[in-house]
Ligand binder design. Structure first.
Ligand code: C2O
Length: 357
């Protein structure tokens, strides 16, 4: 549990060439004097349906752009502003907070590379989506997901690209120029370019998804990641305890999209800057969807952790009403209680199901 009300510091963890950063390392939340409220489950009837970014309706795309633009138009120090929302990731991931609330003021909090990865990002997107919905006054507003597990979604979705006629709020300049469409994503990207045909790349990608959801994610800890509890030092990327999706498709996409000509592969290629690319949230929406798909495979062993250390781990976020709320892992397990779900065309849910590597 971070003490976000008083103990935030400048981000330094995992950032190289400090003088060459293109985003700020001052990532602490604004106006932090408020009290922290307990989380209350949403009571509305509507369920938000997240949609595939390569296949959104005109209306979905238009609302999404309008909402992101509204977020960008807020004063920078507003807790809902685009920049503040991006900084949340930096503060939780690059040494902004310590474990002071648990009695370890000298140990940083790191929500990556362990079993906190899925629940933390689920909550982050939950609030992000509701804030966007509130900004355009639309209770049905739902985020898109970058459907990279489906051949039709294996490029950066068009809606995020530069538009020479009208400025696109979903565009970000810090992306690798070699990886714009029609270049297919490499879900097993490790830094080296793979010179291959589309057919082979698609086949590799499908096997990589299979690898992360089935072969390497056979039980709770291999899928979610290893135990990380109060008093533990931050776990480094590459450590054995990183969950299969996090270590696999997830990180590959971060590295593949981030601009390799920048010192820290900004934006997506480093955690401190990742939230500045709107694509980050669509990517993580699909990562979150992997959790759901993994469960729906119905394979024995595909269950969430039941350890109280996991269930009771918590984070603090600004909600759509600008209240600070504390949320627990145990309350994000059931998506229907959070009133959102993923749009699924039945035949295309598991295009990789027969792609055993
Ligand atoms: Cu918090 Cu994809 O990283």
């Amino acid at each position: 549990t971070p003490d976000i009300t008083s103990s935030c510091k400048e981000a330094d963890y995992g950032i190289k060439n400090l003088e060459k950063v293109v985003r700020t390392r001052k990532c602490c939340p604004p106006n932090i004097k408020k009290t922290i409220k307990p989380f209350v489950f949403p009571t509305e009837k509507t369920v938000k349906v997240r949609w595939p970014a390569h296949n959104g309706s005109k209306e979905q795309v238009e609302k999404y752009k309008r909402a992101i633009q509204a977020m960008k138009d807020l004063p920078e120090d507003h807790p809902h502003s685009f920049i503040q929302q991006a900084k949340i990731h930096c503060a939780y991931c690059n040494g902004g907070y310590t474990q002071v609330d648990s009695g370890f003021p000298d140990i940083d909090i790191q929500i990556h590379n362990s079993w906190l990865f899925f629940p933390y990002h689920r909550w982050y997107l939950y609030f992000y989506e509701r804030i966007l919905g509130k900004l355009i006054n639309d209770p049905t507003f739902a985020l898109p997901y970058w459907n990279w597990d489906n051949p039709a979604g294996m490029t950066i979705p068009e809606i995020f690209l530069n538009d020479t006629r009208t400025p696109n709020p979903l565009f970000d300049i810090y992306r690798d120029a070699r990886h714009l469409p029609p270049q297919l994503v490499d879900l097993d990207f490790g830094g080296g370019e793979r010179d291959t045909t589309s057919e082979i790349q698609i086949a590799c990608n499908l096997s990589t998804v299979y690898r992360d959801l089935v072969r390497n994610g056979a039980d709770t800890k291999s899928f979610f990641g290893g135990e990380y509890v109060a008093g533990d030092a931050p776990v480094a990327n590459g450590d054995k305890s990183v969950g299969s999706v996090e270590a696999g498709c997830h990180i590959a996409i971060h590295r593949w999209v981030g601009d390799s000509t920048q010192a820290n592969f900004e934006d997506l290629g480093n955690l401190y800057s990742a939230g500045y690319d709107p694509l980050f949230y669509a990517h993580h929406s699909n990562v979150d969807r992997m959790w759901t798909l993994w469960k729906s495979l119905g394979i024995q062993g595909h269950t969430e952790p039941t350890d109280p250390d996991w269930l009771n781990a918590s984070y603090v976020f600004y909600d759509e009403n600008e209240d600070l709320v504390r949320v627990y892992n145990k309350d994000c397990i059931k998506m229907d209680k959070l009133k959102y779900k993923y749009y699924e065309e039945s035949e295309s849910v598991f295009p990789w199901r027969k792609s055993r590597p």
